[in-house]
Design a protein around this ligand. Structure first.
Ligand code: UVW
Length: 307
C-alpha cells in the first residue's frame, strides 16, 4: 500500500492509493478519438531535438549525449558467416542522460519533504534499482488532444526575456487571443522561444544566460483548474529560472509531486507553432512514447504532433 499523507495534497489519492500515472488518468479513449478530429492538414511535426553533441541544450552535470560505434563494416567481424565477407553491419551504442535533450520527467523525478506524487515515500527510489514507484515505465505510451500556447507570438516578441515568469493571465490571454479552448485531459504545450534564442546565441558563439522564461507558481492554478494531463515546453525545466518563490524546483514540486502532471522539456515547438498559425488552429493530436526503462526517472522522447 502507498503511504498516504495525513493531509490532502493536490491530486494524491484521486485515482486511488496505488496510482502512479497521475493526471494521465484524465485521458480516456473517447478523448483520444475526439482529439483525432482536431487533425486538419495531416501534417506531422516531430518535437524532439536532434540527439547530438553539438549545439545541445544540456546542463553540464548531465553531459552531452554520445553516439559511439559498436561495430562497423571495417571490423570484418561477420566474415565467418555465409556470405559474410560481402556484407557489413554497423551498430551504435547510445549514451544519454535520461533528462538530456528532449525528455519526459517521470513522477519519481522529484521528491518533496520525503514524498513523491501520491504520497509514495522517497525511500522507494534506490541507487541500483531506481524507482519502485512512479518510474517512467508507468507512464506508457499516450495520445491526447494538445493545445499550443505560443507566448512570443501573443506578446509580439521573438522570445520571452530570460527569467520572465509566465502567469495564469498570460496563459488565459494567449488562449483567448488564439481562439483555442483548453479542455480537461489536454496536453498543454507552452512555447517561450527559449530554444530559438539558444540556437541563435550559441551559433553566434555567445554565452546563453542561465535564466530562462518559464511557468511561475501562479500559472499552476490554470493547469490544475483545466485538469491538464501533461505539460510540455521548449525550455529546460518547464518553469522559470531563477525559480519562482526562490524555492528550488518550486513548479516541479507543484506539478510533478502535488498534482502528478508529467512534464516534457526541450520540445522543439517553433515549426509546430508556424504550422499551426498557417493552418489556423492551435489544437492538434499529440502522441508521446517514453522509453519503458524500468525504474527510470525520465526518458528521451520524440513526441509527434499532427495538425
Ligand atoms: C531539472 O530541472 C532538475 O530536471 P528536468 O529538466 O529534467 O526537469
Amino acid at each position: 500500500m502507498a503511504e498516504q499523507a495525513e493531509t490532502a495534497v493536490g491530486n494524491w489519492g484521486r485515482w486511488g492509493p496505488e496510482d502512479e500515472r497521475g493526471t494521465l488518468n484524465l485521458i480516456d479513449a473517447k478523448g483520444v478519438a475526439a482529439a483525432a478530429h482536431e487533425v486538419r492538414t495531416g501534417q506531422a511535426y516531430a518535437l524532439g531535438l536532434p540527439i547530438q553533441r553539438e549545439g545541445a541544450p544540456i546542463f553540464d552535470y548531465r553531459g552531452a549525449p554520445q553516439r559511439l560505434t559498436l561495430t562497423s563494416q571495417t571490423d570484418n567481424m561477420f566474415d565467418d558467416f555465409p556470405g559474410g565477407t560481402e556484407v557489413g553491419a554497423n551498430e551504435d551504442v547510445l549514451v544519454i542522460a535520461s533528462h538530456s535533450i528532449t525528455h519526459m520527467d517521470a513522477l519519481c523525478h522529484v521528491q518533496h519533504r520525503g514524498k513523491f506524487y501520491n504520497g509514495f515515500d522517497a525511500s522507494t527510489f534506490r541507487t541500483h534499482t531506481g524507482a519502485a514507484r512512479c518510474g517512467i515505465e508507468k507512464i506508457g505510451a499516450f495520445a491526447a488532444r494538445a493545445v499550443l500556447l505560443d507566448l512570443p507570438r501573443f506578446k509580439d516578441v521573438a522570445f520571452l526575456e530570460p527569467g520572465y515568469t509566465i502567469t495564469r493571465a498570460d496563459l488565459e490571454g494567449c488562449a483567448a487571443a488564439q481562439g483555442v479552448e483548453v479542455r480537461a485531459g489536454d496536453a498543454l504545450l507552452v512555447r517561450t522561444g527559449h530554444l530559438d534564442n539558444f540556437r541563435a546565441e550559441t551559433s553566434a558563439g555567445r554565452e546563453v544566460p542561465f535564466a530562462q522564461a518559464g511557468l511561475g507558481l501562479d500559472a499552476v492554478s490554470f493547469i490544475r483548474e483545466h485538469d491538464i494531463a501533461a505539460v510540455g515546453s521548449d525550455n529546460s525545466a518547464i518553469e522559470v529560472i531563477p525559480f519562482d518563490d526562490n524555492v528550488f524546483l518550486s513548479v516541479h514540486i507543484a506539478l510533478l509531486v502535488e498534482l502528478g502532471v508529467p512534464l516534457m522539456e526541450h520540445l522543439w515547438l517553433s515549426d509546430l507553432a508556424a504550422g499551426m498559425a498557417e493552418a489556423g488552429t492551435y489544437a492538434c493530436l499529440l502522441t508521446v512514447t517514453p522509453l519503458p526503462v524500468t525504474g527510470a526517472t525520465g526518458s528521451p522522447i520524440n513526441p509527434v504532433a499532427i495538425v
